[in-house]
Design a protein around this ligand. Structure first.
Ligand code: GLA
Length: 402
């Protein structure tokens, strides 16, 4: 069984510093890092103005940086050969004639968005990146990259910087990351991932109100109640992801227009949806139900010690969320459904897909003494079904970008 361990802060910093020095022939000026995330519940609600409940993973992306005299950004990643270069004066949107290709778009996109938000023109930067957030696993490796460079740019900014010092400032960094992702990298995502990476708190999940970006840190210390959040990276091949995500978002926007609201969060439970085309009705039903489930989940957490009754109630909400994503929102896949079925059959309180879907990862809430059995059963179930071998992570609510 492959368990994906997080690096310590020291180990991550040593790795990127070494890569930086070998590549650029000088010591980095600073090392920053930011976590990936799992969403506990509240899926496909963020771009509908609803609620989501993500938490940061202990797995982080590390960025070693050093400012330059010019406006050039030179980038190296431990995950590929060769140095890439982008001039900050030449950054343009993804739909322009000259978009920034590949992952550097996230790095320079954040500087571009921060300059638009009033930060002084940035100096160029040499940057080395390494990460233990699995890529393409639906655990927000892109938000972790954006978060790590957002705090790096912020620390370098003489006018308009220092935003990482307060939560209100971090909310502005989140906004810049989302603009970078939407406009420069061209992914129409909703903002939950960046909020988790930049605004989370150790031992807590974030109840995120995606309409006004307000947050509440909700205690989520599972170790205290001998419970674990097991993450299963299904390693399912996912095709068409971008197109499918954009299609779901477009269906929600179209339904909102027909229902006469700005965002689906304004649609009350039990509203008459009979005027909508069948597919849009299903999407809206998911979103409205998921927002209610997220509020209920947080209510259980707020009410006190997580005894067995509460853990079962949380598990039931997770399963209801998954079924809704499977049947109404249609974003699961056989691998994600199998994790839920096998985890439940082996003593999990609950389980569900996490993130955008169409592959990626699932989470299971399990009694700590059953976590290994559940993982083993999932691995065996995958082998029997001829799926790729899954990888596992243990998720504890971890620290934000720093
Ligand atoms: C992806 C996006 C998020 C969110 C989720 C679904 O992770 O990046 O903004 O929309 O999908 O909840």
């Amino acid at each position: 069984m492959i368990v994906n361990q997080a690096w310590s802060l020291e180990e991550g910093a040593a790795r990127v510093s070494d890569l930086f020095t070998r590549t650029f022939g000088a010591e980095p000026e600073a090392v920053h890092s930011a976590p990936g995330r799992v969403n506990i519940i509240g899926e496909h609600t963020d771009y509908n103005g609803g609620y989501a409940l993500p938490m940061a993973l202990p797995h982080r992306t590390f960025a070693a940086v050093r400012r330059r005299e010019d406006r050039l950004v030179r980038l190296i990643s431990a995950q590929e050969e060769g140095v890439r270069e982008v001039n900050l004066d030449e950054v343009d949107t993804h739909d322009s004639a000259n978009p920034v290709p590949g992952w550097p778009a996230y790095v320079v996109g954040v500087a571009w968005a921060l300059e638009q938000a009033g930060c002084c023109p940035f100096p160029g930067m040499d940057v080395a990146i390494d990460s233990c957030v699995p890529f393409g696993a639906g655990l927000s490796s892109s938000a972790a990259l954006e978060g790590s460079v957002a705090v790096a740019w912020d620390a370098m900014c003489e006018i308009g910087g220092g935003r990482a010092a307060t939560d209100a400032g971090r909310a502005q960094l989140v906004e810049a990351c989302v603009r970078a992702e939407n406009l420069i990298a061209g992914a129409p995502t909703g903002g939950m991932d960046q909020a988790a990476s930049l605004r989370c708190r150790e031992g807590h999940a974030i109840m995120l109100d995606c309409r006004d970006q307000s947050i509440e840190h909700v205690p989520f210390d599972l170790a205290k109640v001998d419970t674990q959040l097991l993450v299963v990276d299904t390693r399912a091949p996912h095709a068409l992801v971008d197109g499918q995500y954009a299609a779901r978002r477009a269906a929600c926007e179209s339904a909102a227009r027909k229902l006469g609201v700005d965002l689906l969060v304004e649609v009350p439970q039990g509203a008459d949806l009979s005027g909508l085309p069948e597919e849009e009705r299903m999407r809206v039903e998911h979103v409205v139900g998921e927002i209610a489930r997220t509020k209920d989940f947080v209510q259980w957490l707020r009410e006190g010690q997580l005894d067995s009754t509460r853990l079962h109630a949380l598990g039931d909400l997770m399963v209801a969320s998954h079924r809704s994503l499977q049947e109404l929102y249609e974003v699961t896949c056989p691998e994600l459904d199998a994790v839920v079925d096998v985890a439940l059959a082996n003593g999990a309180y609950g389980a569900r897909m996490t993130g955008g879907g169409f592959g990626g990862s699932a989470i299971a809430l399990v009694p700590a003494d059953k976590a290994e059995d559940v993982a083993r059963a999932v691995a065996e179930g995958f082998a029997e079904r001829g799926f790729n071998e899954p990888h596992f992570l243990y998720a504890e609510p971890s620290a934000p970008a720093k």
